[in-house]
Design a protein around this ligand. Structure first.
Ligand code: KG4
Ligand code: ZN
Length: 361
């Protein structure tokens, strides 16, 4: 780590991961630690907010200390502190924001509040350290995203198409009218008895299924860049409810005529189809030079492969997708976004509050 450079320590506690990271100049990750609570919430089939904030309280200090230790840096080497201030669960956000404020006050460091979605976008700027490679070499090997770009944010709570003409400039092109893509994965996984979190479970089961097994609807919402996934979810529900009915009236998962792998694969295919088609259409319409994917669902292998495959036919639109570990919630992405805010002098006072429904645009 070069201490003449800007080193951000960032904290992320918007949902059920307690995370801290140290990132140099918005791009080079020196450490990125995530304490996952997934095992604790899995037994409830979703995140329980009170349990999440209590876990954050237990994990936050060890995670911050661990991030500094792993980065091999002490407080004099840190330039500023970034933290997610929304959107997310208020009780969870509060733990991170209060920890960040306390540390900024104690160490006399600038405080930078970040929108969680902005963090997901900036995961595309991150570079992992590689054994034996210097900073210059790493930077040369990983080109920065170029503007104007179109970014598809697909997370548990959001499905947004964003146009960026420069750093920190966001224009909303379209978003979901009902469920977010990740929410649809989670709900359908529950319908199919696949557990929580749903996205990775569906991906795993779908790998052994035929994506043409079931004909499922796609909401194209023609002439808009909006999305809708609730009809698709209902269609899956109807199929599950119908399974086995003809035989003895008892329906549901576990009936021999319900092909769970095929249904998971067909569902995933329908989501990927709509996300890819709309993102490419947005990029063409706004003459984007690049497409970025962001958020937990961007970790989905089928989506990553499809968008990469479709693009060469569509013209020179390089697509960038963060590594799967940087797609789901982490603090390195918050450090990156905080760095670009910090560069423009956008710091926050100690009166900064959490905003559970903070908007990006
Ligand atoms: O961005 P994220 O970690 O948290 C939010 O900000 O919401 O996204 C979590 C969402 C969950 O709905 C999860 O099921 C989904 O991302 N997800 C996936 C995959 N990994 C996580 N969805 C599809 N395929 C995956 N591999
Ligand atoms: Zn997230």
């Amino acid at each position: 780590m070069n201490i003449d450079h800007v080193n951000l320590l960032a904290i992320e506690t918007s949902c059920d991961e307690t995370a801290a990271a140290v990132v140099e100049d918005g791009r080079l990750i020196h450490s990125s630690l995530i304490a996952s609570q997934v095992d604790i919430h899995a037994r409830y089939g979703g995140v329980v907010p009170e349990v999440a904030s209590r876990q954050h309280m237990l994990s936050i200090i060890p995670i911050v200390e661990g991030a500094l230790r792993e980065a091999g840096v002490d407080w004099p080497g840190i330039t500023a502190i970034g933290v997610t201030r929304g959107p997310g669960l208020a009780g969870s956000l509060l733990v991170g924001v209060n920890a960040a404020k306390a540390l900024a006050l104690a160490r006399n460091l600038p405080l930078v509040g970040v929108n969680h979605l902005e963090g997901h976008i900036y995961a595309n700027w991150l570079i992992d350290r590689e054994e034996g490679k210097g900073n210059e070499e790493l930077l040369a090997a990983h080109a920065e995203p170029v503007f104007p770009l179109v970014c598809l944010i697909v997370s548990g709570g959001h499905t947004d198409l964003i146009l960026m003409k420069g750093h920190l400039q966001y224009q909303l092109l379209g978003s979901t009218r009902d469920d977010a893509a990740g929410e649809a994965f989670d709900k359908v996984a529950r319908l199919l008895g696949l557990g929580y979190p749903g996205g990775p479970a569906i991906q795993r089961v779908a790998a052994g299924g035929d994506p043409k097994a079931y004909k499922l609807p796609r909401a194209w919402l023609k002439d808009t860049l909006d999305f809708s996934f609730s009809g698709l979810k209902t269609a899956v529900l109807r199929i599950v409810e119908g399974a086995g009915k003809e035989a003895d009236g008892k329906a549901g998962v576990g009936r021999p005529d319900l092909d769970v792998a095929g249904l998971a694969a067909s569902f995933q295919e329908a989501v990927v189809d709509v996300l890819t088609t709309k993102t490419v259409a947005a990029a063409r319409k706004y003459r984007a030079r690049q497409i970025l994917l962001a958020g937990g669902v961007a970790a989905n292998r089928a989506l990553r492969e499809r968008i990469a495959a479709v693009l060469p036919k569509e013209g020179p639109l390089p697509v960038h997708v963060p590594r799967p570990i940087h797609c789901t919630d982490n603090a390195a992405m918050i450090a990156s976004a905080a760095y670009y805010r910090f560069l423009t002098g956008k710091t926050d006072g100690f009166d900064m509050d959490v905003v559970a429904n903070l908007r990006l645009v």
